[in-house]
Ligand binder design. Structure first.
Ligand code: HH2
Length: 291
């Protein structure tokens, strides 16, 4: 299929959020041997597709497919290796499901191939910085794109994260990246912002960002939150990665209450329920439409 010719399934972020729906759940599909919480579990194509279909069945609005772990200390994976991992899964999934699919990559070659194979949006944890071709790709394809804050690079980002004021620094970074994307031709209406929990941040930084998420929401773009199973939960509750579901759900509910529009999660059935519950409460806030 030729670059730029496919009509995207959702051509604007507005179409991601039909009226009446506040928050979408993005189910995580790591086609990797080494992701921090589920590495190796979905490295097999059949298991990956089955897991994606199960997440869709459980209420995931978007399936986020990635072929490169970005956990602290991880090494980068070549574009060709990422494509070998994700494309067969994406193609099988596309044949069996009409779920929205995002491609989690910082490589424009991987993103382009995934869009050709039927992905609907791009999730770039470098906010278009790692690959200079990513901005023009996003502009050309006109698909929604997630711009995430990350200090440093995955291999070293947790060594000594430092901020003057983490909330203001992340907010200003995201505003600047949205402007840079617009300067490269990306429609600002297609931009989704993400504070990047765990990406060059201590537990204190992550807690401050979640506590003040409304300042990121105030930038006016849809905000994505990925707190699922992350080490801050392990630190607060003193729990290993396999026992962080309750902490993940608490973070998801707080994110929804602060105005997040997408929650990225490993445990989709439970997260969908937590999000719907938070939305039911929010619907009763005074002065908001739908209350
Ligand atoms: N977190 C991870 C990966 N991609 N993308 C966005 N937009 N926001 C996030 O918070 C985010 C992300 C890390 O989680 P996971 O995919 O489970 O782990 P790994 O990177 O080890 O595959």
């Amino acid at each position: 299929m030729e670059v730029g010719l496919r009509q995207p399934a959702c051509s604007r972020t507005g179409e991601l959020f039909p009226s009446g729906r506040r928050c979408l759940v993005m189910g995580i599909l790591n086609v990797t041997p080494d992701s921090f919480s589920d590495g190796g579990r979905f490295f097999d194509r059949g298991q990956a597709v089955d897991h994606a279909l199960a997440m869709e069945q459980a209420g995931a609005d978007i399936i986020d497919i990635g072929g490169e772990s970005t956990r602290p200390g991880s090494a980068s994976v070549s574009a060709s290796e990422q494509k070998q991992r994700v494309l067969p899964v994406l193609e099988s999934l596309r044949a069996q499901s009409s779920a929205l699919v995002s491609i989690d990559t910082t490589s424009a070659a991987v993103a382009a191939a995934a869009l050709d194979a039927g992905a609907d949006l791009v999730n770039d944890t470098s906010a278009l910085r790692d690959d200079p071709a990513m901005a023009s790709l996003a502009a050309l394809r006109g698909v929604p794109v997630v711009l995430m804050h990350r200090q440093g690079r995955p291999r070293t980002m947790q060594r000594a994260p430092h901020y003057t004021d983490v909330v203001a620094d992340v907010r200003d970074f995201l505003a600047a990246r949205r402007e840079a994307a617009a300067a490269a031709g990306v429609d600002p209406g297609q931009v989704i912002l993400d504070p990047g929990f765990g990406f060059g941040k201590t537990a204190e930084h992550n807690l401050a960002l979640l506590a003040n998420l409304s300042e990121i929401v105030a930038l006016g773009a849809p905000v994505l939150v990925g707190f699922s199973r992350k080490s801050t939960i392990g630190k607060v509750l003193d729990l290993p990665v396999g026992e962080r579901l309750a902490g993940s759900l608490a973070a998801a509910a707080l994110a929804v209450a602060a105005g997040a529009r997408i929650v990225r999660a490993h445990d989709v059935p439970e997260t969908v329920r937590a999000v719907r519950m938070a939305e039911a409460v929010i619907a009763h806030r005074r002065g908001e439409s739908g209350s």
